[in-house]
Ligand binder design. Structure first.
Ligand SMILES: [Zn+2]
Length: 432
């Protein structure tokens, strides 16, 4: 038995069994939502759907309309309902109210229940176990507002949580606690990195972080330089995670490639962002999710605004649940002669070249649909011997990776920094 699997039977469940289970749960969640949630009753009546018409996954994807954050917020504001009309049960059953990060506006609030242990906890326990946490380990329980509070999950695995102030500005004492309590796991976030880099000038970060088995990292994309600093200089294994359209989290596979989604908790679709039609696995589309294990406040066919690729084939790690690759937000999407391109695709290529490794670039997009891919690329003048050669090399690499030959505007990277409104965040898509 592979001891990296926390729930081997579920994690390696054959695809037909996953689908069978999802179908039964989808039918049940639709019925529950229709009977108990006024928002879904209203929304589905507007689209002329009744739950007794939903007898299969095919019925579900054909007939149940999408919902979006806007629908939920509108209901919340018009009805004074803090749960946006999603709520299907008694207020006393809620064990926590959590919220989204609010990347695209105000945060959305969610009702959660954990007793004894909800699927949110199980979904998080699997990757934490998979990457090496074991009973008896100590871990930092950093404040997070996101779905699935970590304390429950840690206790489920048998891990002891250490509850200390981990806000930015307090990491000198956090580093001491890591050593003192032999802490095996913590979360890194982008904004924290500046403080850790500063602290590293005065302390041996490699020694300070030595007790860690790994660190989780989520949120914004991590560049190769930062990744190298954490991984190679500080010797910390980074495990990336991402959200699954606000219904849970997906963590990097133990083999490294892609993020596994627990399909016993989520029914996942990948749809054309404009038409809503299903796109084949391997193609980029919008992530649409249904929380099939959530009977209290389920999101049903929720459009996430996230662009992803999916793969439902069995993974090298033996897990059968699908893998997802987040590629960007819907607002950053560009269509060049019918082909979808997102900044992430270009990023991957640009940061591989030594002269442009800071990945300071912008895609020029006056309109969403374009005839040519125009990219402004910042390069390090001190590393560049021949600009013409660098341009040719980048054009070939981008064409090979993205499938479109780009038009490149090469500029001194300092000029891109000067143009940006913030020194740490460059808008990846620019109108001009
Ligand atoms: Zn895997």
């Amino acid at each position: 038995m592979d001891d990296r699997l926390f729930e081997p039977e579920i994690e390696t469940m054959p695809r037909d069994k996953i689908a069978e289970r999802q179908q039964a749960r989808v039918i049940e969640v639709v019925r529950l939502a229709y009977e108990n949630s006024p928002m879904y009753r209203w929304w589905w009546a507007r689209h002329n759907v009744r739950p007794d018409e939903i007898k299969s996954l095919a019925d579900f994807t054909e007939k149940i309309p999408f919902i979006s954050k806007d629908v939920i917020r509108k209901w919340r504001d018009e009805h004074g309902d803090p749960f946006g009309g999603l709520f299907t049960g008694a207020r006393q059953r809620v064990s926590a109210v959590t919220s989204s990060s609010g990347t695209t506006g105000e945060p959305t609030f969610f009702a959660e229940y954990h007793e004894p242990f909800g699927n949110l906890a199980m979904g998080l326990a699997r990757p934490l176990w998979g990457h090496g946490l074991r009973p008896g380990d100590y871990a930092l329980d950093q404040p997070t507002t996101f779905r699935g509070l970590t304390h429950h999950t840690m206790r489920l695995i048998g891990v002891t949580t250490v509850e200390i102030d981990t806000f930015i500005g307090s990491w000198r004492s956090v580093l001491q606690a890591i050593e003192r309590y032999d802490i095996r796991y913590m979360q890194l976030i982008g904004p924290l990195m500046a403080e850790l880099e500063r602290l590293s000038e005065h302390c041996d970060m490699r020694a300070a972080l030595a007790p860690l088995k790994f660190a989780g990292f989520a949120g914004e994309p991590i560049g190769s330089r930062l990744r190298a600093r954490v991984r190679d200089e500080w010797n910390v294994k980074l495990v990336m995670w991402t959200s699954v359209g606000d219904i849970g989290t997906a963590w990097q596979c133990t083999e490294g490639d892609g993020y596994h989604v627990g399909e016993d908790g989520a029914f996942v679709e990948c749809c054309d962002p404009i038409s809503g039609a299903a796109v084949p696995d391997g193609s980029i589309g919008e992530l649409v999710v249904t929380a099939i294990d959530d009977e209290l406040a389920p999101l049903i066919r929720f459009r996430s605004d996230d662009l992803v690729r999916l793969d439902r084939t069995v993974c090298d790690c033996s897990r059968t649940h699908l893998r997802m690759w987040p590629v960007g937000r819907k607002g950053d999407r560009i269509v060049v002669r019918g082909r979808t391109v997102v900044p992430h695709d270009v990023w991957e290529v640009i940061e591989q070249c030594d002269e442009t490794r800071a990945a300071l670039f912008q895609i020029i997009r006056p309109t969403e649909e374009l005839d040519e891919l125009r990219v402004r690329v910042g390069y390090d003048t001190s590393r560049t011997a021949s600009l013409a050669e660098l341009r040719q090399r980048l054009m070939s690499c981008i064409e090979e990776s993205v499938g479109v030959r780009p038009v490149l505007e090469m500029v001194d990277e300092q000029a891109i920094i000067a143009r940006a409104s913030s020194a740490v965040k460059i808008p990846r898509v620019s109108k001009k």
